[in-house]
Write a protein that binds this ligand. Structure first.
Ligand code: PMP
Length: 315
């Protein structure tokens, strides 16, 4: 999936040309993975483009930066406004937004403290992450031979670039072996998360998802789905999940900004439930998509509208 180039990228307070958003090869981030970032979706709604949980994503980036002692040169409000400016400047209806804060060119040592922090926000068009049929048909995944990082190694609550070396191992192994995605266990052998998604199970009508201590990222889609379960009166348990429960659950699905809510039809070639999207997965998908497409009221204030430029409004 190539990146579809747009016109502008936001850099430390200014919109610059896409092709000018370059860094030096000796920037700290290149050798040491010292960046924190976000992935955000802007959806086309009946009322125009709207960014999903923008403030929560930017807040998570600020938190990720705090863990790594990185002072961002922009406030939460400024980052939110910048994301809107980028979507507007590129005249996007729907897109994926990638804010990234990195340690730039300044010092060659491991300590990042003498390397300047630069923040970029880009956006581009992006469709379904796990294939176009995935949302309805579900996908086949495996449990990875790679575990997530132990909690006293790389902190999972930070969405840091370096964590994605672990994600890359999980995903490459899965794809090379013919699976759409891999689910990693935590260092104690309990279910953690996918390479870029959180995991949910449905067991006897109750939704299960691993807790914050399972070395996964605290997904914003995950949090949204827990809220929707509450709205829909579906009981929820945030609880440790033994690997074998994945095989025995009635339904299993992955959640994430990119994957949205993707059902799993098999895990390690063991069929999950009836081998297709289950009823609770479908109910949650329908509720989620109805809100983000503006078909149902945005009762939790998840959407930030992007004002459409006057010239584009008369279409
Ligand atoms: N876990 C990992 C490792 C991820 O990269 C992502 C995607 N950001 C998620 C979970 C899901 O998080 P979110 O719903 O906030 O996109």
């Amino acid at each position: 999936m190539g990146i579809e180039k747009t016109e502008k990228i936001w850099r430390n307070g200014k919109l610059i040309a896409w092709d000018d958003a370059n860094i030096h090869v000796l920037s700290h981030v290149v050798s040491y993975g010292s960046a924190v970032f976000e992935g955000i979706r802007c959806y086309q709604t009946k009322q125009g483009p709207a960014v999903f949980r923008l403030r929560d994503h930017m807040q998570r980036m600020i938190h990720s930066a705090k863990i790594y002692r990185m002072d961002l040169p922009a406030s939460l409000d400024e980052l939110c406004q910048a994301a809107i400016d980028v979507v507007r400047a590129n005249k996007m209806d729907s897109c994926y937004i990638r804010p990234i804060a990195l340690r730039g060119y300044g010092d060659v040592g491991v300590s990042p403290l003498a390397s300047p922090v630069e923040v970029y926000i880009a956006c581009w068009a992006w469709g379904a992450y796990l294939g176009s049929d995935a949302l309805e048909q579900g996908v086949d995944v495996c449990v990875s031979s790679w575990a997530r990082m132990a909690p006293n190694t790389l902190p999972a609550m930070a969405k840091a670039a370096a964590n994605y070396m672990n994600s890359q191992l999980i995903r490459m192994e899965a794809v090379i072996n013919g699976y759409a995605e891999g689910i990693a266990l935590d260092p104690s052998g309990l279910v953690s998360e996918g390479s870029g998604e959180n995991v949910f199970l449905v067991v006897d009508g109750t939704v299960w998802t691993p807790p914050i201590s399972a070395c996964g990222l605290q997904g914003i889609t995950r949090a949204s789905l827990l809220t929707l379960c509450e709205d829909l009166k579906i009981p929820v348990r945030e609880q440790s999940v033994p690997r074998e429960m994945l095989y025995l659950a009635d339904e299993v699905f992955l959640s994430g900004t990119a994957a949205e809510l993707t059902p799993l039809r098999s895990i390690d070639k063991i069929q999950i439930g009836k081998g297709r999207r289950g009823p609770i997965t479908q109910q949650l998908q329908e509720e989620f998509f109805a809100i983000i497409r503006g078909a149902k009221p945005d009762r939790h204030n998840w959407l930030t509208p992007v004002p459409v430029p006057a010239s584009a409004a008369v279409r």
